[in-house]
Design a binder for this molecule. Structure first.
Ligand SMILES: NC(=O)c1ccc[n+]([C@@H]2O[C@H](COP(=O)([O-])OP(=O)(O)OC[C@H]3O[C@@H](n4cnc5c(N)ncnc54)[C@H](O)[C@@H]3O)[C@@H](O)[C@H]2O)c1
Length: 79
């Protein structure tokens, strides 16, 4: 049953991942095996450190996603 939710080898970009629902989703995806890109206008280390401690790769990008050029930058950095 667990293999249905195995995200090993996948990368998830989680917007608003520093706090609240985004944080919970980022940690949940990491627990399922995904590497995570946290994108948020707020800097913060807690979500980043939680994911790192799960043994997943994690990249934190602090930027304003209301600007199109920043969205393109996030995708480019992720790739
Ligand atoms: N449909 C529903 O039932 C439901 C229920 C709860 C929350 N929501 C929505 O889900 C979203 C998340 O809710 P939450 O409670 O976790 O909110 P939150 O305010 O705790 O988290 C939002 C995150 O987005 C970040 N953010 C805001 N503007 C940004 C920007 N321009 N660029 C990058 N990051 C930005 C904030 O810094 C914050 O970390 C909200 O939009 C909320 O309205 C929907």
């Amino acid at each position: 049953m667990n293999s249905l939710f195995d995200l090993t080898g996948k990368v998830a970009i989680v917007t608003g991942g520093t706090t609240g629902l985004g944080e919970a989703i980022a940690v949940g995806l990491a627990e399922a095996g995904a590497d995570i890109v946290i994108v948020d206008i707020l800097a913060g280390t807690e979500t980043h450190d939680t994911i790192k401690n799960l043994g997943r790769k994690v990249l934190q990008i602090t930027t304003d996603l209301s600007k199109m050029e920043n969205i393109n930058m996030v995708v480019n950095q992720t790739v």
